[in-house]
Design a protein around this ligand. Sequence first.
Ligand code: SF4
Ligand code: ZN
Ligand code: ZN
Length: 323
Amino acid sequence: MVLRCSLCGSRAFTRVRYSRLTLCRRHYAEFFERRVKNTVERYRLFKNVKRLLVCVSGGKDSVAMLYALKPYAEKSNVELLGLTIDLGIGEYSKCSVEAAVEAFKNNDVEYMLVDLSAEYGFDLDTVAENVEKLRMPKGVCSYCGSVKRYIFNKVALDSECDAVATGHNLDDLLSFTLTSMASGQVDLLIKLQPKNRGVDRLVTRIRPLATLTNRETLLYVMSIGASYVDLECPYTPERSMQKTIVEKLSEIEHKYPGFKLALYKSLLRVLRKAEVKTGPLVHCEKCGMPSSTRICSFCRLKSLMTERIGEKTTETRVTARRV
Ligand code: SF4
Ligand code: ZN
Ligand code: ZN
């Protein structure tokens, strides 16, 4: 028996179990876009935002965010500026940047490309090479995260954006939260929220896909036929606590549709009552950006890596290239 869309009777594309709806491609895409819009409205993600930096890596999540957000941003008079970073991870970065650029062009969004190596004198391949050699205290992904956060913030400041949007989805936020709790890093829990208000020179962060799962996001890019990079980064850890948590949560979600969202909303309520605060910020002595230490983690990494390469970078200031 051919399954039919509950709304129009066309051939079914997927079933949204917690809503008890069977939907065709078009109605699934509309359903997803409505969920993004509801998240933006419910958590007031566009409050005081006139210009928004949309960070797109080329992966399915950030590509989905851009496509789903664009029409609503236009209606809300929020101007979008795109950003993608070439991290210098061989073929993976090349394909990621291509997918991001295609998404910006298809959505008619002006964008910037920051080439990590050209701007700062090192790339992620160099970091990965040295993590073991120098017995650096963290894994490659942790340094990669710090590089991305730094550049997002710097470009947002330089281009006068009021907020930065990233494509973190519900699975990312839940797994990150539970990992932080398990390792006793309770102050990181505030990153669970769909919105973190900016302080000092830290620009406001918004996560429009906060209530949508990995699977829902993947189905959305498939439903609209958007291209995204489907290569896996060579530095993705084979096993990690975060991955295991996502797998286990997905098993529970399968048995009890809606579990992830219910858990997320409850955690947000707990977080609101707990008043978790981050530590005080100072200004990095090298670049002037807000930091919890005298020299920020990005500047420390940059110094270490450029020493290893034996080259001198020209300056710390971001001069993002427009293409
Ligand atoms: Fe960066 Fe790790 Fe993601 Fe690769 S897998 S892009 S190194 S965070
Ligand atoms: Zn339909
Ligand atoms: Zn710094």
